[in-house]
Design a protein around this ligand. Structure first.
Ligand SMILES: Nc1nc2c(ncn2[C@@H]2O[C@H](COP(=O)(O)OP(=O)(O)OP(=O)(O)O)[C@@H](O)[C@H]2O)c(=O)[nH]1
Length: 451
């Protein structure tokens, strides 16, 4: 008797545990007769099915789902075996007026035949899952379209030091580079000398601080040709997952070939930013470039050099050979400047016979060497005008900001003071600014307005 009592007790306990499981299970469970009459339903199923029930009560599984899945009853009746899976993960799309949360709701239904008289339904709301899947598929399709179809976009990832991490067809299509560029700094897409290693890192820091960094300009193809390009760098959202690994993807780089669009606007930009006589950058372009460099230097301290060149005794050249001949000399000086300085430097005509060269990340020795190279070069040049060969010389004043306070006005003032000294000491020479020039020599100011 005791043994029989024990086994009844244990059966009861098992039954209770099972009921508890049914109630707490994280999916909807419904046990019903073969005709759909509900025997047991857990709270999740009730919550999912109740809004579908036409009369607001849940007595029959098939009737509850009739409006959205009318053949369930038939499918179940026609299932040939005594037990088994009638269907698995059937997606039931609820009608718009059945939407519970204002977005199309999708239920997943699995129906098991337990024996000739009973079925068990497992129901879950897969709306969020399906939406995520759809979004993933859509993102995948977009990415795929960009990578394989859209011919003017190139996508790449770069590591935290700006080295290309991967290569794909879009890069080949837009730039012509093959996978040998993996591991190179992304400046491989920039024409020679147009980007210093500091500029390269500046863009990454800017992307870190602002969420993205964009620039526009001429970029390089593998065959050496150039194209107008808009380049966007953005930090990858999940890059923390790679920890401190230096060779993990950290940013995405999107290059877009905008040659067609830029061809038209570039003419207008050229007109606004270049000097009409020499085609060098004009004052406006010079001051814009200077502000940008000073802004960069404020974030990441580095030296910035300015050389101001001035043709010597230029009034005399005009007086002797005429104004048009003087213009030819100015154009010759512009050519010499263009040939001497790097693409990353800004060479501008500041006005009259004065030219300014802004040299990012350049210290005093390097600036003096470049300025003197130009000076010496010019001294050997002869400008042929109407059968006459005109010789001329230039003087230069140099100032460098080494992370010390001061804007472009300070830099120009110092370079001007040094230039004044070069003129005073005999011309055809290069002089660097020192604090002594201002405090002891105290030269009069040459007039020049900033901007
Ligand atoms: N041909 C020509 N001359 C210009 C132009 N702009 C300014 N000038 C002339 O450049 C001359 C500058 O003369 P100054 O400022 O006296 O200087 P300088 O004769 O070069 O003497 P130093 O600078 O002291 O060596 C003036 O005669 C201006 O008319 C220009 O676009 N074309």
């Amino acid at each position: 008797m005791i043994a029989a009592d024990d086994s009844v007790e244990s059966l009861r306990a098992e039954h209770e545990a099972l009921m508890q499981f049914l109630y707490l299970a994280p999916v909807g469970l419904v046990q019903a007769g073969i005709d759909g009459e509900i025997v047991m339903i857990n709270p999740i199923s009730a919550q999912l099915l109740l809004p579908l029930s036409p009369d607001g009560c849940l007595t029959n599984l098939f009737s509850a789902l009739e409006s959205v899945a009318p053949d369930l009853r038939l499918q179940c009746a026609q299932y040939p075996r005594d037990n088994g899976m009638v269907f698995e993960g059937l997606h039931i799309h609820l009608r718009a007026d059945d939407q519970v949360r204002g977005t199309p709701q999708i239920l997943s239904l699995t129906l098991l035949k337990l024996d000739h008289a009973r079925v068990m339904a497992v129901i879950s709301d897969v709306t969020a899952e399906m939406r995520r899947e759809r979004q993933l598929r859509q993102s995948d399709a977009w990415l795929n379209a960009i990578l394989t179809r859209i011919s003017d976009y190139a996508l790449a990832t770069i590591d935290k030091d700006g080295r290309l991490f991967d290569w794909n067809d879009s890069i080949a299509r837009v730039t012509g580079f093959d996978d040998h560029i993996v591991g190179s700094p992304y400046s491989v897409f920039y024409p020679k000398d147009t980007m210093t290693s500091e500029h390269l890192l500046d863009r990454l820091r800017e992307a870190d601080n602002n969420g993205w960094s964009m620039d526009e300009g001429l970029r390089l193809r593998a065959d050496g040709s150039q194209f107008w390009c808009n380049a966007l760098i953005a930090p990858l959202p999940d890059r923390e997952a790679f920890g401190d690994d230096a060779h993990a993807p950290a940013y995405c780089l999107i290059l877009r070939d905008i040659s067609d669009k830029r061809a038209a606007t570039e003419k207008r930009r050229q007109a606004a930013f270049s000097d009409h006589l020499t085609s060098l950058a004009n004052r406006r372009a010079f001051f814009e470039a200077a502000e940008l460099e000073l802004e960069r230097a404020a974030h990441t301290p580095r030296s910035l050099a300015l050389i101001v060149f001035d043709a010597d005794h230029f009034k005399g050249i005009n007086d002797r050979y005429g104004h048009p001949a003087g213009d030819r000399v100015l154009c010759d000086l512009a050519d010499a400047l263009r040939d001497t300085f790097r693409a990353v430097d800004t060479v501008a005509r500041l006005g009259g016979e004065e030219f300014g060269v802004l040299l990012p990340s350049t210290g005093i020795e390097q600036a003096v060497a470049s300025a003197d190279r130009l000076r010496a070069q010019v001294a050997t040049r002869l400008v042929a005008v109407d059968g006459v060969e005109i010789a001329y010389t230039v003087s230069a004043g140099i100032a460098v900001l080494n992370g010390d306070a001061g804007g472009i006005d300070v830099l120009i003032k110092r370079a001007d003071e040094a230039l004044y000294l070069a003129k005073a000491q005999g011309r055809n020479r290069v002089t660097s600014w020192t604090p002594k020039i201002t405090t002891h020599e105290n030269p009069p100011q040459r007039s020049r307005n900033a901007g």
